[in-house]
Ligand binder design. Structure first.
Ligand code: TXA
Ligand code: MG
Length: 351
C-alpha cells in the first residue's frame, strides 16, 4: 500500500504552492492523478521508465496498451515525434488545447514502454487549467491514461479516482468534475487520410470541417473481423459489475422493448437497472432508473455516462438495460462507450 496524498485544488483559482507539491512528485518519478477536461488521468514523467511502470502496475493495465503523452506547449511536440504533417498542424491550431489526441511517428526520445513497442506515439494537449499548470510546473511531458482500474468506467470525479486508486498511487488531485465526460478522440495522422481510432470529445463532424475527408477504424464500430489499430480498443472496457444490454431503435420502440425485457428478467429474479434519458425516465415504473441526460443535449449525456455506469454498481443491480442514442456528434463517442460496456450485446427494438 502506498500512502496516497490527496490534494484539493480549485480549478478556478489554482493554489500554485499546492500544485507545486504534485509537480514535484512527477519530477521525482512518482504518480499523480489529475483532472482534465475529458476524464481524470494518472500521470507520470513520460521520459522516466521506472515511473511509467508504476502507472501500469497501479491500473492493472496490460503492457501492450500504449499511453498518451500530454504536453502543455505546442513546441514540445517536436522532441517527441519524427514529423508533424500539415494536416496535423491545421488540427492543432483549431483543437489544441482540447480533447483531441493525435498519433504521430515517434522520435527516439520516447521510451518504448509508452508506445507498447509501436513506432508511433499519441500526443495530446489538454485544456483543463489544472492539467496545463501541472504539466508546465513538472517541466516534462506527462504520460497519462485514464485514472481508473483497467476495465472500469473512466473517472470523471475525484471520488471515482479515490475509489479505484487510493493506496496505489502517490498523489490524487481533487479538482472537481470533468466537463466533457468522455475521453479524447484518438486520430491517426500518419495516414494520408487521417483515421479515427477512438471517437471522443472532438467529433467526426468537427474534424471533417477542417480536413474534408476523415476515415474511421472499422474495428471500433463492432466489426468482429477487424483488429482495432488502437490497442486499447480491443479490451472489454467501461464495464460495471452488472451485465449490460444496449437497446437501439426509435425512442418509443426502445421504451417498449426495455419495458418488456424488464418484466421478463424480473420474473427470473434479477434486479434491473435502466439507463434512460430525461425524456424517457418516467416511463419505466419501479426499477432502478438513472438518466444519462437529455436527448436534446447530447453533451449532457457524454458528461454523465461514466458516473451513471458507476452508480449502477453502487445500487447492486444484476442487469443494466441501456437506451441507445443517436450516433452523431459526441453521441458517436457515447454509443462507442456504451457498446463496449455492453460487450457489443445490442438489441434492435421495433418491428
Ligand atoms: O481523454 C483522454 O485521452 C484521457 C485523458 C486522461 O487525457 N486519457 C486516456 O488514456 O483516455 P487511455 O490510456 O485510457 O486511452 C488511450 C487510448 C488507448 O485506447 C490506447 O490504445 C490509444 O489511446 N493509444 C495510445 N497510443 C497509441 C498509439 N501510438 N497508436 C494507437 N493508439 C494509441
Ligand atoms: Mg482508459
Amino acid at each position: 500500500m502506498i500512502d496516497t496524498k490527496i490534494i484539493e485544488i480549485d480549478p478556478q483559482n489554482i493554489d500554485s504552492n499546492k500544485l507545486m507539491e504534485a509537480a514535484e512528485i512527477i519530477k521525482t518519478g512518482g504518480t499523480v492523478a489529475f483532472p482534465t477536461e475529458t476524464v481524470y488521468g494518472l500521470g507520470a514523467n513520460a521520459l522516466d521508465e521506472q515511473a511509467l511502470k508504476k502507472i501500469f502496475k497501479a491500473k492493472g493495465r496490460p503492457s501492450d496498451n500504449p499511453l498518451i503523452v500530454h504536453i502543455a506547449n505546442i513546441e514540445e511536440i517536436h522532441h517527441l515525434v519524427k514529423e508533424v504533417p500539415q494536416k496535423a498542424r491545421l488540427l492543432m491550431e483549431r483543437f489544441w488545447p482540447g480533447p483531441l489526441t493525435m498519433v504521430f511517428k515517434k522520435s527516439e526520445m520516447v521510451p518504448s514502454i509508452i508506445t507498447a513497442g509501436l513506432d508511433t506515439v499519441a500526443i495530446r494537449m489538454p485544456s483543463h487549467s489544472i492539467a496545463q499548470a501541472l504539466i508546465q510546473l513538472a517541466g516534462v511531458p506527462v504520460a497519462a491514461p485514464s485514472a481508473n482500474l483497467s476495465g472500469k468506467p473512466s473517472p470523471t470525479q475525484a471520488r471515482h479516482v479515490i475509489e479505484d486508486l487510493k493506496g496505489k498511487v502517490d498523489c490524487i488531485i481533487s479538482g472537481g468534475s470533468c466537463s466533457v465526460g468522455v475521453e479524447s478522440t484518438v486520430l491517426d495522422v500518419t495516414e494520408e487520410i487521417p483515421m479515427i481510432l477512438r471517437p471522443g470529445g472532438v467529433t467526426l463532424e468537427h474534424l471533417q470541417e477542417v480536413l474534408g475527408q476523415v476515415s474511421t477504424d472499422r474495428a471500433i464500430e463492432g466489426d468482429d473481423e477487424m483488429i482495432p489499430k488502437s490497442p486499447g480498443m480491443k479490451y472489454t472496457h467501461y464495464s460495471p459489475k452488472a451485465k449490460v444490454i444496449m437497446i437501439i431503435g426509435d425512442v418509443s420502440d426502445i421504451v417498449e422493448t426495455i419495458h418488456q425485457m424488464k418484466l421478463e428478467n424480473e420474473i427470473k429474479g434479477f434486479k434491473i437497472g435502466i439507463m434512460a434519458t430525461d425524456e424517457t425516465k418516467d416511463h419505466y415504473g419501479n426499477a432502478v432508473v438513472l438518466s444519462m441526460g437529455s436527448r436534446n443535449r447530447v453533451e449532457s449525456i457524454a458528461e454523465n455516462i461514466f458516473s451513471v455506469l458507476r452508480m449502477f454498481d453502487e445500487k447492486g443491480v444484476d442487469l443494466i438495460l441501456a437506451e441507445g442514442i443517436e450516433s452523431k456528434l459526441i453521441g458517436h463517442a457515447v454509443m462507442n462507450r456504451l457498446m463496449k460496456a455492453a460487450g457489443y450485446h445490442v438489441i434492435k427494438a421495433g418491428r
